[in-house]
Design a protein around this ligand. Sequence first.
Ligand code: GLN
Length: 475
Amino acid sequence: MTKINLSELDVLGAKELLQKGEVSARDLVAIYQGEIKSKNRNLNAYLETFDDAFREAEKVDKHLLHGEKPRALEGVPFAIKDNILIEGKICSAGSKMLENYRASYDAFVVKKLRDAGAILLGRTNMDEFAMGSSTENSAYGATKNPYDETRVPGGSSGGSATAVSANLALAGLGSDTGGSIRQPAGFCGVVGLKPTYGAVSRSGLIAMASSLDQIGPITKSVDDAELIFDVIRGKDLKDSTSVEVESVQAKSEKLKVGVPKEFFSGGLDKDVLEVVNRAVETLKGLGHEVKEVSLPCAPYALAVYYIIVPAEVSANLARFDGIRYGLRKHAKNLLEEYLETRAAGLGKEVRRRIILGTYVLSAGYHDAYYGRASKVRALIKKDFENVFKEVDVLLGSTSPGPAFKIGEKVNDPLSMYLEDIFLVPVNLAGVPALSLPFGSVMRDGVKLPVGVQLIAPWFGENRLFEVGRILEDRG
Ligand code: GLN
């Protein structure tokens, strides 16, 4: 067997090794399982690894041995966020509520991955029900950042981002409602794609806020993200918001890159700003046009998001009542049973959002909060429509700073929410965005990665890949 340098390996590279017979899928799974055994105790990226990965690998090896045409993700070992259903496996969404809940079917994306020959290594840690920006809200302990274990990996898909970054998987899936793919990708030095709303089916994703949730890849390269996106996208009859749309064509000639001034003010660390400016200069240097633009309603996005999300959360999580799903605490009457089950099964942040969401939807307040937020949401969307008449793609920072310390923000919800400032306008508008590692900054003597965010018009993922490939490895 060829000696494999996992840090250098990406999906395309692994596919080549497998096809040439230089490594078997079984060996590849064994290598990753070995890495997980030695590192996961510390990092807590996986909540569970699957023994049947070996059986899956043997099927792939047979497929390859018979000389059949390799499928798109033949033999690629994957990490799956714990809110995406895998038939027969526990899917806990990082919550005590679903500690013993087993999925009865595969999510659409999981089926797509399997059909493409991917191998599922295990399920990864996350903030409970995807609410959070640090993975500290998991009921199963925080995940650590592989660059500095005293720091968070970001969230809520921190487990998948850590797994890919620390070579505990070749690629991963996350979900992004308000940045949960892009922010952890940025903190962990990997690539994360939030697809256009509707490009990927949500069937089999445990719902957080249904009008914003999207599943997407977390990978080591832009090419890998594109490859996986092409596998998982498409219309699914089980998700009426999913669509089959041809991507907006990438442009090979000069690009017009917009730099939204709202993304360059307030709260952005000085050295992170310098890194992002370097990305801008890199594009200029290659002859692309860079232009300052404005998204005038973006400063309201965080306020709008933290009304709309709790509202949808309170409705989506009503099903966890101790009777239909998951944990059940027996009590003397039905009301007590609801109260005790939800108190025992749900963590602080989740309860905070259910209470807030119930309040903003309550009679007499609906128009003042949810109604108004929906109107401002429409204006935010309009901002993007206008700006994309002028430019092909937007560029900014994924987060205001690099990975922060474990414990630094977890008891201060507002400072945690501020982490999402550049991320949530994208979800509210439904446009696609990509975070890719570009440069680094020093904190306490440790070099930490910085994520640069690219945003494209609806179904313009191709443009993200195109610009991503230009910037990749130039940081
Ligand atoms: N940090 C955001 C929140 O807590 C992002 C969540 C997400 O994208 N799942 O709502």
